[in-house]
Design a protein around this ligand. Sequence first.
Ligand code: FES
Length: 122
Amino acid sequence: MSTLFICVTCRREGEAPAEPRPGARLFAKLQEQAPDLDIVSVECLSNCNRSCTAAVTAPGKWTYVVGGLDPDQHAGDLLQFAHLHDASADGLTVWRERPAHIRKNTIARVPPMPMSLSKEPS
Ligand code: FES
């Protein structure tokens, strides 16, 4: 199952301070809408200038960091992308099948961790 990390401390650039923060509102919305996904709150994904920010990952799969998320507009896009990621074998989803906002606001993709990074004991 893919995991969706949501930064709950994010604020959109130029937005007046609000409580709860937009990142926290995005997290709450996603939890309501997708009880089938593993959704985890985190404090800062180091993409503060292009917030709100989320990361989609799973063991053995590519990880995607997505920014510029508006809790009132993009929760559905993020869930669609998380489901595509979950359904893929390696986390690499078909570019044209991703929601437009996800295509235009992918900050980074990170390859899966190699299964064996440690050396055999000598
Ligand atoms: S506060 Fe959300 S990415 Fe830094």
